[in-house]
Design a protein around this ligand. Structure first.
Ligand SMILES: *[C@@H]1O[C@H](CO)[C@@H](O)[C@H](O)[C@H]1NC(C)=O
Ligand SMILES: *[C@@H]1O[C@H](CO)[C@@H](O)[C@H](O)[C@H]1NC(C)=O
Ligand SMILES: *[C@@H]1O[C@H](CO)[C@@H](O)[C@H](O)[C@H]1NC(C)=O
Ligand SMILES: *[C@@H]1O[C@H](CO)[C@@H](O)[C@H](O)[C@H]1NC(C)=O
Length: 839
């Protein structure tokens, strides 16, 4: 239908005129509501007022003008909806009663019929109504201008729009209306947005949400930028990180995503790392650098990467390769014969290997049973509490079963890994009950109130308490007794002064520690004078003139209880008596027992005694040493000048003098002198028996002999030798030259020279005959005397018959400890003394 505007104006005016006439002309009482639509549409949220005016002939007759709500209640004074009297002076007609209905803000729920009512002339009820309907304009409820869709997921581009009457929503993507034709079923419009089933990167762009209300003609649109989000994803495969101690470590947490993720890092305890000194996080890559890694930095780190698309977490495990350190190695104490264990804990990464070394020996103990000493074994285990419950300590236990005292000592725990070594020393103490040392004596000696120390040597761990008991004291003597002295070696010494006999006897030393107790007896004995030596063995050494004897002394069986100080020897010659003045020599024990300057070829008797601190023993049995027996020493010729050739002062004689030399045990009974004319003889040649020579024997006491009847100016060889029962000594000889003689002697000389030996023989015969005769006469005389007095002798035999002849005097010898056999050979000088040892 086409509207003709001038026609409409006209008609309206006609209508208005008609109405006016109706009102004024009819004068019919009524109520009029303005705005004067029977139905009024109000925009929600706006204020609104309706005015109700009474058009009556006499306004004063109007009473009770009021508004009634759609619910039929009178609207009075209120907050949002209220009524007010608005009566005005209208001039000619007087006051026209009016009442206004106010809505301070229209709401959708306000729609409905509102009625204005009044009473006229107290009998006529007037009323008029208006229908209020509400209209809501297009309103954007939830249309974020930028929205993020996660790649690959479902996303609804949100656009919530409100209007009343309900709007129609249409969508555009990058200016192209979304329809089945344009985007197929990719986008699915819904009441609160448009759904993207599987978000792809192409969905990014500008979406337009356009709302329109056909009835009102409202139209509005919003542009939405859709961004595609890629959730974070760690770039690299999760790996454990290893780092050397004190080096830098890098933990890679890098993630990719859109928008670029941000990072948060946490240590093993969950504490954030950001801002920690020495820890640097690159905010763009999420890479953590620990500048100088320490052992305690090892552990699990949590990386968190986040962007709008989400949050991801990963754990990075940092392993710090460390040199071993020994955490604990505690001294162990055990008991002898029991088990002892010492434990060593070492840290390090990789886990160190532990061995034990006994200090001062080459013994190294590795894991397992020791092959050389199966008592010893090492058990290794690992202790948790490292990263993720992994062991972070190596634990090794050295066990010794049935420990001995030698196991006591220092041990080294030695830990090693690829990075280095560590060691620590600890001590194993092996406790044991007290034991007496071997040096502890069983008896002690003293005498005459001399104080003596009784000493007890005890070894034990822990230290033993030592106390003493003795029958002399009534109570135990405790450690703190002044009589007890304890030295630094753990010896306990009891000082005893034996004031009387009761002090001699048994003393007991008692030692006790927590592992046991022991006792040891020491008998205190009285020391006395020793016995003489048991036996003495001789060894003689002849020196030129004196005898030296070395003795070997075998000590006495009883030394008197205390050690000997010296041996003493006393000696005498065979023909002397023992007297106190006899020389005695004392040797300290252990020195060479040598006696010097004894006369050689002399018999001696010796007796020995021993001395200790108490005194000197009696002398033991006497022993003899018998001198060798031999022919005498050769006499010494005294001649001036000494030498082989001697000039006699006389022409016919020479006075030979000599010195008697030792007789070598058997008395000298004569000297024999021989001389003969011999110009050419050399002195010292062998004894010449050859004729012609003159031989003269002289008595043993003689020391000179005059050789007579010599020729003048002639050489003679003169020799002398001594003789005893064993034989002759060696000769001593000289050459004598007689002085030049006078004429008187010449004849005699020649005569002597001619028949020197014959005359000698004749003289000898005469003298012999004379002597034999004299002896025979004397013997007969003596024999007769003997016969008469003692009835002995030859005559007596004739008269009285045979009688035992008295024995010749024989040398009787007490058999000495050393036997001597003397062998005499007639006319030979060799005398052999066979010496047999007395053993
Ligand atoms: C372990 O024993 C050693 C040697 O005996 C000693 O020096 C050290 O003080 C002891 N250590 C402890 C903790 O007792
Ligand atoms: C006993 O021993 C103590 C301590 O060693 C020492 O001083 C004292 O002289 C000794 N006494 C005797 C008689 O040996
Ligand atoms: C054990 O005895 C020794 C030697 O006498 C001594 O050095 C050490 O101090 C003693 N120990 C104790 C715990 O008495
Ligand atoms: C003296 O002795 C030497 C050697 O013994 C000998 O050659 C010499 O003939 C001797 N002379 C006389 C006179 O006997």
């Amino acid at each position: 239908m086409k509207l003709d505007l001038p026609t409409m104006k006209w008609r309206a005016l006609t209508l208005l005129a008609f109405v006016y006439f109706q009102v004024t002309l009819a004068e019919e009482p009524r109520l009029v509501i303005t705005p004067a639509q029977p139905e009024y549409t109000a925009a929600v949220g706006n204020p609104l007022a309706f005015t109700c005016k009474a058009e009556v002939p006499d306004p004063t007759l109007i009473t009770d003008l009021k508004w009634i709500s759609p619910e039929g209640l009178e609207i009075g004074v209120g907050d949002r909806i209220f009524t007010e009297d608005a009566t005005e002076d209208d001039g000619d007609n007087g006051d026209t009663p009016r009442r206004q209905l106010f809505f301070s803000s229209v709401q959708e729920s306000d729609s409905g019929n509102y009625t204005c009512r009044a009473t006229y002339t107290s009998s006529q009820t007037l009323s008029a109504s208006v229908k209020l309907s509400t209209r809501v304009p297009i309103k954007w409820i939830d249309v974020p201008a930028e929205q993020h869709a996660t790649l690959g997921e479902e996303y609804k581009v949100r656009c919530i729009v409100n209007a009343n009457p309900a709007p129609q929503v249409r969508w555009l993507k990058d200016g192209v209306a979304i329809s089945k034709k344009t985007f197929e079923s990719q986008y699915l419009p819904q009441s609160d947005g448009i759904l993207i089933r599987n978000v792809s990167r192409e969905d990014a762009g500008i979406f337009t949400c356009r709302a329109s209300v056909e009835l009102t003609g409202d139209l509005s649109e919003k542009k939405i930028t859709l961004k595609i989000i890629v959730p974070p994803k760690f770039k690299n495969v999760i790996e454990d990180i290893e780092s050397l101690e004190d080096m830098s470590a890098r933990l890679d947490c890098e993630a990719e995503g859109e928008p670029t993720p941000t990072y948060e890092l946490f240590d093993a305890k969950g504490e954030p790392i950001i801002g920690r000194p020495g820890f640097v996080i690159n905010p763009n890559t999420g890479i953590l650098v620990i500048e100088e890694v320490k052992r305690e930095n090892a552990g699990e780190y949590k990386c968190r990467a986040l962007n709008d698309g989400g949050t991801i977490e990963a754990v990075r495990r940092l392993r710090v390769i460390t040199k071993p350190t020994i955490v604990s190695f505690i001294n162990a104490t055990g008991v002898e014969n029991k088990n002892i264990t010492i434990e060593c804990i070492a840290r390090g990464d990789p886990l160190p290997e532990i061995v034990f070394i006994k200090v001062g020996s080459d013994n190294t103990y590795k894991t397992g049973v020791n092959t050389l000493d199966p008592r010893v074994s090492v058990e290794a285990s690992n202790d948790g509490s490292g990263i993720g419950g992994e062991p972070d300590s190596a634990v090794a236990k050295l066990s010794i079963s049935s420990a001995t005292r030698s196991d006591d000592g220092l041990y080294k725990c030695y830990a090693k890994n690829s990075e280095g070594t560590a060691e620590r020393t600890g001590h194993i103490t092996v406790e044991f009950p007290p034991k007496f040392e071997n040096t502890t004596k069983k008896e002690m000696w003293t005498w005459s109130q001399r104080p003596v120390n009784l000493t007890c040597r005890v070894s034990s761990i822990p230290n033993a308490t030592i106390y003493w008991w003795s029958s002399h004291y009534e109570t135990d003597i405790e450690e703190n007794d002044p009589r007890i002295y304890i030295n630094s070696d753990g010896e306990s010494t009891l000082l005893v002064t034996p004031e009387d006999d009761s002090f001699y006897g048994e003393y007991r030393c008692l030692a006790k520690n927590k592992h046991g107790k022991v006792k040891h007896s020491i008998v205190l004995k009285r020391a006395h004078v020793p016995q003489p030596p048991t036996r003495v063995i001789f060894q003689t050494l002849e020196t030129v003139t004196a005898l030296t004897i070395t003795f070997e002394i075998i000590g006495p069986q009883d030394n008197g209880g205390i050690k000997l100080i010296s041996y003493a020897v006393q000696f005498r010659k065979q023909n002397e008596e023992w007297t106190d003045e006899k020389p005695s020599i004392e040797w300290t024990i252990g020195s060479p027992y040598i006696l010097k300057n004894l006369e050689s070829k002399t018999d001696y008797s010796f007796r020995f005694s021993a001395r200790n601190s108490v005194g000197i023993s009696t002398y033991g049995e006497e022993t003899y040493i018998m001198a060798e027996r031999a022919a005498p020493e050769k006499p010494k010729i005294i001649a001036t000048p000494t030498g082989d050739l001697v000039h006699s002062q006389y022409s016919e004689k020479y006075n030979l003098t000599w010195t008697i030399m030792p007789d070598n045990g058997v008395p000298i009974n004569k000297f024999q002198i021989v001389y003969f004319q011999d110009r050419n003889s050399t002195v010292g040649s062998n004894w010449t028996e050859a004729e012609p020579s003159i031989r003269k024997d002289v008595g043993p006491k003689n020391v000179s002999f005059e050789i007579k009847n010599l020729k003048p100016d002639t050489f003679y060889k003169v020799e002398i030798r001594a003789h005893n029962a064993i034989g002759f000594s060696e000769p001593t000889g000289i050459i004598v030259k007689t002085a030049k003689g006078s004429i008187e002697t010449t004849e005699q000389q020649s005569m002597d020279y001619f028949n020197w030996s014959d005359i000698g023989i004749w003289e000898g015969v005469i003298i012999t005959v004379a002597v034999v005769f004299a002896v025979a006469v004397f013997a007969i005389f003596v024999d007769v005397i003997l016969c008469l007095t003692l009835r002995t002798g030859l005559f007596a035999r004739c008269y009285y018959g045979a009688e035992t002849t008295p024995n010749q005097t024989e040398e009787t010898e007490t058999p000495p400890m050393r036997m001597s056999t003397l062998q005499y050979e007639s006319e030979q000088r060799e005398t052999t003394a066979m010496v047999n040892g007395s053993t």
